[in-house]
Design a protein around this ligand. Sequence first.
Ligand SMILES: N[C@@H](CCC(=O)N[C@@H](CS)C(=O)NCC(=O)O)C(=O)O
Length: 293
Amino acid sequence: MTKPDEYTPPKVWTWDAESGGKFANINRPIAGPTHDKELPVGKHPHQLYSLATPNGVKVTIMFEELLAAGHNDAEYDAWLINIGDGEQFGSGFVDVNPNSKIPALMDHSTETPTRVFESGAILLYLSEKFGAFLPTDPAKRTETLNWLFWQMGSAPFLGGGFGHFYAYAPYKMEYPINRYAMEVKRQFDVLDRQLADNQFIAGDEYTIADMAIFPWYGAVAVGAAYDAAEFLDTQSYKNVLRWVGEIAARKPVKRGRMVNKASGDPSTQLRNRHNASDFETQTWDKVGDGEEK
Ligand SMILES: N[C@@H](CCC(=O)N[C@@H](CS)C(=O)NCC(=O)O)C(=O)O
């Protein structure tokens, strides 16, 4: 192993604002708002403040799936939060999510508005509210939650660990890339074995576990995140790729992936979403892979 210059930690860590890396401009060691800014509120019961990152897309897929399944009360306004510009540190956003990360949801249909943050909590909240995408059978429900929480615990190793050191760190370091590549390949193998015997992650039903896992592991598997498909040899995870193709082909998934998207081909971006008709001005079929379902 190549050994870079060794670092001796000081007795007390201090903030080196110049430490580098892709997100150095927004990373900081303190919580709370940096500026006053109210959030916009639209006409629908659900107000989502988000961006089409994997964590954001989980929730917009869920809303689009609910609407496609006939839950008309799941209408929502989705407002773009540009995290690169620090909009997650505005006072209104921090009131909805004190952790200053997208996605964040306000439900105005409750007697006093309910705030929901953490993508897994939002998926669970919506599945319970609408009685959808979370099986009622106790064993199936538990298996779905097993995988939902697996995702919430595992993806930080994929994104914050592997993705950061492989794609975003100011220079390549062998030790962390090795460590996290090993863990991410193990996670892919966990998924591949599960999907060998099951059509969907939690069994024979499409659930919030699929919606949580697809945006992260699907994006890495096809090289859309971190450009690491070859490095991780994701082609060898055949069952994962079969499942990714099936999920990506769903029309609500294609729609969800467009919402609050602020980069890439402009025809695939629906920066703010207020009505189902907003998609009609977009060529959403360019977003996904495979045939529409
Ligand atoms: N555990 C959180 C993670 C959310 C998260 O990391 N969001 C990122 C974008 S994917 C973010 O808002 N980052 C802005 C920041 O860290 O300042 C969840 O699943 O909701």
